[in-house]
Structures are given as structure tokens and as C-alpha cells.
Ligand binder design. Structure first.
Ligand SMILES: [Zn+2]
Length: 255
């Protein structure tokens, strides 16, 4: 299930009132909160959930309660499966929901970047010298459209450091190559390699290959697969489109 020969870094349970899986290493080494909500208790945060708005909103309130007071701005978007990224400054407060964005970036503490996912890969980018952060929603369309390259460009711009070698990247919980069969046109759009018929596509391997080409200094990937591990996560593909959504999150707590 791992993404090629990339170093493994798994999200692990973080004891809170809501189900959070954290990248403990980022918290301990960099003071950065990064992770993803788990399925536990059917903790669906999907804004297009089949459940009642009341139930979904109650979970969001519980999630925000857990993240305060370290964070006072919470940003996300309805996705377009493209490569558009927004950045956020210190005046960002409350729950900000954009439209047409697949990535968010900031250098400020107190802002929690979020992307809803259920098979698409959340990509966490960190430039440690400046605490510049970007969180990307990377499905096949976004990868083909250059979401990773857009994310790296945002980090370079916000940090003022053009060297991708200084960037740390983690490919989080998404569907693995064994579980994700696609048409040849999808494979070709993502990898640039010609194939025929239906083939397996590993989004994390595709992201890793692109990151290496871009010169990213450190790349890690989770072992978790949203479909293999559907008892723990939501999977759009494995559920036939009925599953809920996790929320991947990334931010630097206020001091
Ligand atoms: Zn899998």
C-alpha cells in the first residue's frame, strides 16, 4: 500500500473528543498540527452528506471546539478538481468556505487549512524555516492539472524561498494503487505514460514522482488506504459514492 520507495509516516490516533489521526512527528518536530479526521462513530463532515444538516453541523462544531483556541480561522472550499490555490493572511477569522479552490496556503499561526477527502489524497506541504504551509486536494484531475506544482509555487511565493529542496511533503490518507482502477486516458493524463485498457493508478506514486522532478527535499507517505481501511476511513470508490467525507487539516497553533 505504500507509495513506492518513499519513507513511510503514518497518522496515528490523537486522544480527543472527536476522531483525529495526527502526524505526531510534525507536531513534535515542527510544532505543526497536521492530520485527518477518522470515520470512527461515522464522523462524516461532508457538506454534501446524505445525512441531515443538523447532524453534520454538530460534528463540525465538535471539530472546531477541539481545535480552538489554537485556531480561530478555518478555511476550506468546494473543490473544482483543478489547480487553483488561495492564500490567507492574519485577518482570516471564523469558518471561511470558498468555491473552486483545491488548495490553501498561509504563513500565519492560528489558521487551520482544511480539505474534505474520501479517496483523493491530501498533500501537506511545509517550509520549516518560515512555517509556510499549504494543504492540497489531489485527485487525478487536480494532479493532471498541476495542483502539486501550484502548491509548490504558492509555498515559494509566500516563503520568499524558491528552493523546493527546503520543502517537506507528506501524502496523506487516500486510495491506494491496488484499489484504484482507471481508464487509460486517466492514467495518461496523470503520468504522461501511454497504456491501454483499464489499469491501476497509484495517486501517491504519481505525486511522489512529480515532487521528485520538482526537487522537493523530503517526501513521506502514509500507509493507510481509504478503501482498504474503510472501517477507519470513508471511501467514495469503495462505497459506490455513498460514503461521507473526512477532513484533512494543517495549521500552526497560535503561540
Ligand atoms: Zn487500497
Amino acid at each position: 500500500m505504500t507509495a513506492g520507495d518513499v519513507q513511510r509516516l503514518d497518522e496515528t490516533a490523537h486522544e480527543t473528543r472527536v476522531p483525529l489521526l495526527d502526524l505526531t512527528a510534525w507536531r513534535e518536530t515542527h510544532g505543526i498540527v497536521a492530520g485527518i479526521t477518522a470515520r470512527t462513530g461515522e464522523f462524516d463532515l461532508g457538506l454534501a452528506s446524505l445525512e441531515s444538516t443538523k447532524a453534520v453541523t454538530a460534528r463540525w462544531r465538535a471539530f472546531f471546539a477541539e481545535m480552538r483556541p489554537a485556531f480561530s480561522g478555518f478555511v476550506m472550499s468546494f473543490h473544482a478538481h483543478r489547480a487553483t490555490i488561495a492564500s490567507y493572511g492574519p485577518d482570516t477569522k471564523g469558518w471561511v468556505i470558498g468555491d473552486g479552490l483545491d488548495g490553501h496556503a498561509t504563513t500565519d499561526a492560528g489558521i487551520l487549512l482544511m480539505v474534505p477527502v474520501a479517496d483523493c489524497v491530501p498533500v501537506y506541504l511545509l517550509h520549516p524555516p518560515t512555517n509556510t504551509l499549504a494543504l492540497l486536494h489531489a485527485g487525478w484531475r487536480g494532479i493532471a492539472d498541476g495542483i502539486l506544482e501550484s502548491g509548490l509555487a504558492s509555498v515559494a511565493e509566500l516563503s520568499g524561498d524558491p528552493r523546493p529542496s527546503e520543502v517537506i511533503m507528506h501524502c496523506g490518507v487516500g486510495i491506494c494503487g491496488d484499489c484504484y482502477e482507471v481508464g487509460h486516458e486517466v492514467f495518461e493524463a496523470v503520468t504522461g505514460s501511454a497504456v491501454s485498457g483499464r489499469v491501476k493508478l497509484d495517486l501517491r506514486v504519481a505525486l511522489t514522482d512529480r515532487a521528485r522532478r520538482a526537487g522537493v527535499g523530503t517526501i513521506t507517505a502514509t500507509q493507510w488506504c481509504s478503501a482498504h481501511d474503510r472501517d477507519r476511513f470513508f471511501s467514495h470508490r469503495r462505497s459506490g459514492g455513498t460514503d461521507g467525507r473526512m477532513v484533512a487539516y494543517l495549521g500552526r497553533p497560535r503561540g
